[in-house]
Design a protein around this ligand. Structure first.
Ligand code: GLN
Length: 269
């Protein structure tokens, strides 16, 4: 249920551009490098922060895509990047940081790639290059079950929270004034404030929304299908074509050999 999973093999930059419209964002679409050209360069020639290692930046507060378990970052993205690193003959290192710090870490050269349930968005495309897509998501509204709210129209001028820097908060901007919007370090803190009565709604991607619903049961209600679909992809530093092509090729391979499906099935029930 609620799995908006699609397996999209994007062969051309044109088709990637067609999918580059993220929900709740506006602005010019830039052309994006989504090439799946052959990677005949070995991993030794890849432009990496540290030779032999692929450093992935994420925010491990986004289950089931990334979360902490026994002191380790696990989830769909960690497992996918583990499989991709293996295909490239690289060690995977995961740096867990605030979601809003990821873009700066990428442009500042402390990570090689963002893998964070990260939505392709025209604004982000100005400063980074996205890989081919690997997952389709939708923003979901969480409300208290006793609120009576049933659609986004009910949230006009209401207090809405979400994770700082996310597309969920861009969606909130469509519904309520900026001063009614509160950003949190992670979705879980926003949900706490919703349950405490400090917020009227939280907007977050559908899979984490399902996790919060499972945790809190009858107290929370999900309002689904209110926003456009979004596409998740990994992101590399703008212009790092060798890494982009290598990751796209590895992603194609793990889709073709069944590894991708296995990973998704392991984390998304
Ligand atoms: N998909 C959302 C975004 O890219 C949220 C991602 C996240 O919180 N990890 O903004």
């Amino acid at each position: 249920m609620n799995k908006f999973l699609k397996f999209i093999a994007l062969g051309t930059a044109a088709s990637l551009m067609a999918l580059s419209l993220a929900a709740c964002t506006s602005g010019d679409q830039n052309s994006s490098t989504g090439s799946t050209g052959p990677n005949d360069s070995g991993s030794a020639s890849l432009d990496l922060v540290s030779e032999g290692t692929l450093i992935m930046g994420t925010n491990a507060e986004f289950p089931p895509f990334e979360y902490q378990e026994n002191g380790e970052v696990v989830g769909v993205d960690a497992a996918l990047m583990g499989a991709i690193a293996e295909k490239l003959g690289l060690q995977l290192e995961i740096k867990d940081m605030a979601f809003e710090s990821l873009s700066e870490a990428l442009s500042g050269g402390t990570i090689d790639i963002i893998a964070a349930g990260f939505t392709i968005d025209p604004k982000r495309e100005e400063t980074m290059d996205f890989t081919n897509t690997y997952f389709t998501a939708k923003q979901t509204i969480l409300v208290r079950s006793d609120s009576g709210f049933a659609s986004k129209a009910d949230l006009e001028d209401k207090k809405i929270g979400g994770q700082t820097g996310t597309t969920g908060l861009s969606c909130a901007e469509e519904l309520t004034a900026k001063e009614n919007i509160k950003g949190y370090n992670n979705g879980s803190l926003a949900v706490d404030d919703l349950l405490n009565g400090n917020l009227d709604a939280v907007i977050i991607d559908n899979n984490p929304a399902n996790e919060y619903k499972n945790q809190h049961g009858d107290e929370l209600t999900l309002i689904t299908d209110q926003f456009e679909e979004e596409e998740y992809a990994m992101a590399v530093k703008k212009g790092n074509k060798s890494l982009l092509d290598a990751v796209n090729k590895a992603l194609d391979e793990i889709k073709a050999d069944g590894t991708f499906d296995e990973i998704v099935a392991q984390y998304i029930k």
